[in-house]
Ligand binder design. Structure first.
Ligand code: ADP
Ligand code: ZN
Length: 606
């Protein structure tokens, strides 16, 4: 076995690399720079952690989020790798102690917040220490055109230049559109980097968009079918988190909540309960997640549409990190767009950037919000929509594993109906919005139509066989196609568009993707739970989980830091009888074997 495989096995308990990992590891070991773009869950951390323990000296990992550092350092220490973090969550004493130990050369990996790169105490250390490599985690934070721009990331090249010798630099991110990728290369001044991308597709994830009348009821019905499974519900505001969490608890669901308005203790308690599987559902704002390495999250529901597809894919991607099937459901409503715009307008610009940049940033955010809306309303394959956004060319044909592929959308010729809609717009001389037009065409006698005597129009009831929401969809489609147009302002009116004449003259050929006339096929059966096949194995797996939960409580550690679900399932299936058989179970490794091997072996023998 090579030294590299030995280290991979003994510290991490893996018998091989995941796609893309080895290339990045080898490059850093060779002293080369690396740009690695891998989706969440693809195993980025190992790409810099393994070289860090193999190379002489100490590795610096620049990471934007304090909770992420704490988790990763916790996992490393569990695996027997001396590591620490330096950030403002430490007291002055703790910080001084950590820095002193760093001076003594006791650590192989130190996580630092980017702000540290300007602190004199840290700089003195960095200039004297032997730095094996510098890894920049969440590297997209350096780009003004991405999400999460952090001006302090721009200081990284100057920091590297200030070192007596420049160590190899690795940049890692899960969310880089082509523009952001270019920006990372330039802003971090990567030198002839080895590029590794593993592709963004996460085949085990099922993507779904729903447009429910009542989001709370819809959410409840989703969760009731998955009582024993772990999941996350993301909301756009703290207020929504509070409301939704209380609602779920009232209905007997073990939900916890997480947002930036809670005290650190409350947040920690919620996070621990979720990690230890005491709460099965975490209701949270986007403050929850970076660095949550819980591998058995079976679903992520977005109660509100997020502000951009980067954020959506990252959050949704927290489902199914163990590679087993998982669902990502977005509950969309038109109001989410309004809230999104409000949130963007209210958001604080990063410090030390000029006004012009601020307004450019805001415009970018609004553009991203629009793309997110397109995702939420598209009838195309959802997976392919995402892949294209991240600059990939999806394979031809539908993916077959998203709600749009399953909906059986059909291209329907709507020329006659489109002409009827256009006729109504003409007849009313563009005085009405889409809702009123839809009611008029469907022949609804209600406040809206009767107030304007619309029941006397020629077009009244011309599309009586359709329901108003379908007619509104058609109107939206005709606007997109340029046959109709929408006026600006608070009360957008529907008027003729540049292609109106073309539509009027067409005998046929105006099509629209629609659901088949029979509304909604029967609701999708809940996905079969992942079974081991053998019920005895399942029972053993549950016992091992209970043991893990007990150990986690005793040690105040998140459960997955001890062993992941995947590892426990392997254990249950293989039933190792000796410690050396136990060590061969993927995810065990010699350090964890020494700490926990005996207890788990005993549980299996029982
Ligand atoms: P990312 O940071 O890219 O989101 P992580 O580094 O958290 O991903 O890794 C995702 C999951 O993959 C973790 O559960 C990790 O333990 C597992 N993993 C990483 N490398 C390997 C490997 N070589 N073999 C098996 N599992 C791995
Ligand atoms: Zn699809």
């Amino acid at each position: 076995m090579s030294y590299k495989s030995e280290m991979l096995q003994s510290y991490f308990g893996y018998s091989g690399f995941l796609p893309g990992q080895e290339r990045a590891v080898d490059a850093l070991l060779d002293g080369k720079d690396v740009l690695s773009i891998m989706p969440t869950g693809a195993g980025k951390s190992l790409c810099f952690q393994l070289p860090s323990i193999m190379l002489p000296g100490v590795a610096l990992v620049i990471s934007p989020l304090i909770s992420l550092m704490k988790d990763q350092v916790g996992s490393l220490v569990q695996a027997g790798i001396p590591a620490a973090y330096l950030n403002r969550s430490l007291t002055e004493r703790q910080y001084a102690l950590a820095l002193e130990r760093a001076w003594q050369g006791r650590y192989k990996i130190i996580y630092v917040a980017p702000e540290r790169l300007e602190s004199p105490g840290f700089l003195r250390f960095a200039q004297k220490a032997q730095i094996s490599l510098v890894a920049v985690d969440e590297a997209h934070c350096v780009s003004q055109w991405g999400t999460d721009f952090r001006p302090s990331y721009l200081k990284i090249p100057a920091f590297l230049d200030s070192l007596p010798t420049r160590p190899p630099l690795g940049a890692f991110t899960a969310t880089a559109t082509p523009e952001v990728r270019e920006d990372i290369l330039q802003k971090l001044q990567l030198r002839d980097p080895v590029l590794t991308t593993t592709g963004f597709d996460r085949k085990n994830l099922y993507f779904e968009v729903r447009r429910p009348q009542n989001k709370k009821d819809e959410l409840l019905s989703i969760l009731l079918r998955r009582r024993d499974e772990s999941g996350v519900v993301y909301c756009s505001t703290r207020k929504n988190v509070e409301e939704v969490c209380a609602f779920l608890q009232e209905h007997g669901i073990a939900a916890a909540r997480y947002h930036a308005g809670l005290t650190p203790e409350e947040r920690l308690a919620a996070q621990d309960a979720f990690a230890a599987d005491e709460s099965t559902v975490m209701v949270a704002t986007n403050a929850f997640g970076m660095g949550i390495d819980k591998s058995n999250v079976r679903y992520v529901v977005h109660y509100n549409m997020p502000l951009d597809l980067e954020g959506y894919y990252q959050e949704a991607g927290r489902a199914g990190r163990d590679g087993s099937p998982a669902d990502c459901v977005l509950l969309y409503s038109g109001r989410d767009v309004v809230t999104g715009r409000f949130l963007i307008e209210q958001s604080q610009a990063p410090a030390d950037v000029d006004d012009e940049t601020v307004s450019a940033l805001r415009q970018r955010q609004l553009d991203r919000l629009r793309t997110m809306t397109y995702y939420s309303t598209t009838t195309d394959c959802l997976r392919h929509f995402i892949l294209r956004y991240f600059g990939e060319t999806p394979p031809p044909g539908p993916c077959g594993h998203c709600s749009n592929c399953d909906a059986g959308w059909q291209d329907v010729d709507i020329t006659k109906e489109a002409q009827a809609i256009l006729g109504a717009v003409e007849e009313c001389r563009g005085r009405f919005g889409a809702a009123t037009l839809a009611d008029l065409l469907c022949g609804k006698e209600n406040e809206r139509t009767l107030r304007w005597d619309l029941d006397r129009c020629r077009s009244f009831g011309a599309l009586a066989h359709r329901r108003p929401p379908q007619v509104k969809d058609m109107i939206r489609h005709l606007v997109e196609e340029g046959c109709l147009a929408v006026t600006e302002g608070d009360y957008p009116l529907i008027v003729e568009g540049p292609r109106a004449q073309e539509l009027r003259a067409a005998p046929s050929g105006f099509t629209m993707r629609m659901r088949p006339q029979r509304p909604r096929s029967a609701p999708k059966a809940p996905p079969a739970p992942v079974h081991l096949g053998d019920p005895a194995d399942e029972a053993l797996f549950q016992r091992l989980r209970a043991l893990r939960a007990e150990l986690a409580r005793k040690k105040s550690l998140p459960a997955y830091v001890i062993f992941t679900d995947k590892t426990l399932r392997e254990m249950a299936a293989r039933r190792p009888a000796t410690l050396s058989e136990m060590e061969r179970v993927p995810g065990v490794g010699s350090h964890k074997l020494a700490q926990y091997g005996k207890q788990f072996l005993a549980a299996i023998q029982e």
